[in-house]
Ligand binder design. Structure first.
Ligand code: SF4
Length: 267
């Protein structure tokens, strides 16, 4: 079995949700505009480093979804997404703070780590490069709200960056956050992950995989702040046995798939 960060974090959030998704095959309908746009935007970023026209690539990629009936939030629309995306790409080029040498090799870098019992763990690192002259691994994010920067050191607790540091052995990590808002903003956040954090994450992966393999899937339900996971869980309809909620949020492809790690590419 091949595991990924998405799987481990879903198990830690709620083991029952993991079972619905990875064993029973209930997947969230891929209809959220922001998520699809994020993938298109990252393809455009790749084009920027390959010295192609990133705005043209964004138009082409996002253009394939022009007539898709997304449920856009509030004032969002297909046009608004593309305008924000183009502004962010222009700002990114003006800032000129990120360098990627040999982009064909150093973008979407696949990393594999062997786990006990014939399992392995796969991750796709968005980029290996330099931010403000410091060599590091880089994760891109598109979002509508800024990432918290205070107190100092907060980013060292980001589990996805710890995971990427663990699988790559690279201590210096950066999160480049593209904030889609009226005045587009890009945050360049940097952190150093310690050897102890990497070891601890490795133990967490092994414990979690052990629980999955011994079929431990208890519900970690929660509806009150701050552990209100059920209220935003796509599997809520299954737990409540409400067919109309299942129909809105989920589609079913029975059985686990060896290709589930592909979720990583959209993470
Ligand atoms: S609704 Fe709650 S208990 Fe059910 S799978 Fe989701 S998070 Fe877990």
């Amino acid at each position: 079995m091949t595991y990924s960060y998405t799987q481990i974090s879903q198990y830690l959030r709620c083991p029952r949700s993991y079972r619905y998704r990875y064993l029973d095959g209930w997947r969230e309908k891929d209809s959220r505009a922001a998520m699809v746009f994020g993938r298109c935007f990252e393809t455009a970023l790749g084009a920027y480093f390959l010295r192609e026209d990133p705005s043209a690539v964004l138009f082409k990629e996002w253009g394939a979804f022009r007539d898709t009936p997304f449920e856009y939030k509030k004032a969002d629309s297909w046009d608004r997404f593309v305008h924000q995306g183009v502004h962010l790409l222009q700002k990114f080029a003006q800032d000129d703070r990120v360098r990627i040498a040999r982009p064909k090799e150093n973008l979407q870098v696949k990393m594999l780590r062997t786990l006990p019992e014939n399992n392995d763990f796969v991750a796709y690192i968005d980029a290996l490069g330099a931010v403000d002259g410091t060599d590091c691994l880089i994760d891109w994010k598109t979002t509508t709200s800024r990432y918290p920067e205070e107190p100092e050191g907060l980013l060292t607790l980001d589990p996805q960056l710890i995971c990427y540091s663990w699988i790559s052995g690279i201590s210096d990590v950066a999160l480049v956050v593209f904030v889609r808002k009226q005045l587009p903003e890009i945050q360049y956040l940097k952190a150093t992950i310690s050897e102890e954090q990497r070891r601890e994450f490795g133990r967490l992966v092994e414990t979690t995989v052990g629980r999955v393999e011994t079929a431990q899937f208890p519900a970690h339900s929660g509806i009150r702040f701050p552990q209100n996971g059920c209220t935003s869980c796509s599997h809520l309809g299954l737990c409540l046995k409400r067919p109309e909620l299942i129909d809105i949020n989920l589609t079913r492809r029975p059985g686990a798939s060896d290709l589930d790690w592909l979720d990583e590419l959209s993470g």
